[in-house]
Design a protein around this ligand. Sequence first.
Ligand code: AMP
Length: 521
Amino acid sequence: MSEGASKKEEKPRKFQAIRGTRDLLPPDTALWNRVEQTAHEVFGTFGFGEIRPPIFEPTELFARSIGQDTDVVSKEMYTFTDGPSNLPEQPDEFNIGQFFEAVGEDLEKGEIPKTAANERAIQRMKAAFAEFAEESRRLPLGFFQEQHEGDFAKAYNEKMYRAIYLANKISRGEVVSLRPEATASVCRAYIEHGMNSLPQPVKLYYMGPMFRRERPQKGRYRQFYQIGAEVLGGSDAPAIDAEVIEMVMTFFDRLGLQGVQLDINSIGDRNCRPKYVELLRAELLKVKDRLGPDSQRRIETNPLRVLDSKLESEQGIIAKLPRIADHLCEECAAHYAAVKHQLEMRGVIYRENWRLVRGLDYYMRTTFEITAQGLGSQNAVCGGGRYDGLVELLGGPPTKGIGFAIGEDRLILSLQESGKAPTQQGRDVYIAWMGERAHATAIRAAKDLRKAGFSVELPPVEQKFGKALGQADKLGAKYALILGDNEVSEGLWTLKTLADGSQAKFTELDLLEHLRKQETL
Ligand code: AMP
């Protein structure tokens, strides 16, 4: 069958965005742009510069920094092997020869990892493949037409399966993941570009999509967007923590976000936290039978996360558990007190929440979360905290760090719920034209108006004026510019204000002047 014929038989298929992903459309995207523009402006005034890290990184970067046992790393990442495309996915008896040739070339080109383990694996496969090739040369003529029986077949099969087995041991490429968050990437970049030799601290912000395979619901997506910032450097001065928090609050304030609530906590450091976690574990074991299965499991894996529980039946039990604030070491207690003082100096209103622990492993000392109205159960719009030591864990110099990530989808939802969103992307001017000469004038008028910054709709085909004005109304245009034969020959253009239906005539020059004045009123 020819290719064309097989194409014809393909049934049309309707595609939909993958579960947990969605299209952002106008007029919503105008709000997204406003939010992002405001972030650029506000963060710029705090001396932050933008970083745009890649969207995928080695899986190990996330496993090491976020923590192997976290839900994000153990269950939610989109992970794949970034192997060269000419290698068959699964080497088998039909393509083992092709696989063998391609693997050698790709190793040379650096397309598959040039690690010692890989070079060894390739050597072993080479040897096995040579034996297999030798065996296949010894096969009697017509072997493939007959039953695969007898000693020949046995030796042939054994050698072939051994070569295939060894081929599968070769690591075809790096295992990579779509980023579930960006802090790890920023730290990786800080190390990679030797940013520790820049004036400290280094203040960076980012925005863009993140990917987690969570159960989708309102405010929770599999591709979602974060706007975040990180401060990396030699100092862990409490004023740094406070200024970062002040910056997020300033940003939310500038956007007019409603019902903003800032919760803060300190979760101690390597000195005091392990002791507290043990104490917490011991107390939790005493009440284990009264806890749900999730919390029971967390007693072993991560007792701090039990404090996160929203289960009604567990609330009374949790209220009686020991609180970390009473178990901080002297340095952490002093740091926490100073952060609170610094927030007060900046007029930032906060609430202490001893149950605030963050889901990711790398946090220490200051943690914070901001909630906003109109979001139901997924009401956290921002989470952040201090992560001294993360850069070191990723092979960099000893470095202090603090940062936050705002859930942009939720921020937008909250702004929309409180009526802060533009409802329609209106046009300033709709040009209603009739006749060939008027069309030429209309094109020129559109060009000049757009150059002056007005949003203009120029219909591609002639329409009766009545229809054109209806269209202008539907698009939410402020004005209709009417250009017919009369207007063109007189050099006087008719401008209709759609809100009140009033009309006036202007020369080309006066029209621009008039519109400019109206816009600045
Ligand atoms: P995290 O990186 O888990 O600390 O999350 C920081 C913020 O990102 C949260 O407060 C949410 O606003 C947002 N966020 C996290 N996961 C999702 C998701 N699956 N969908 C939408 N927003 C999310």
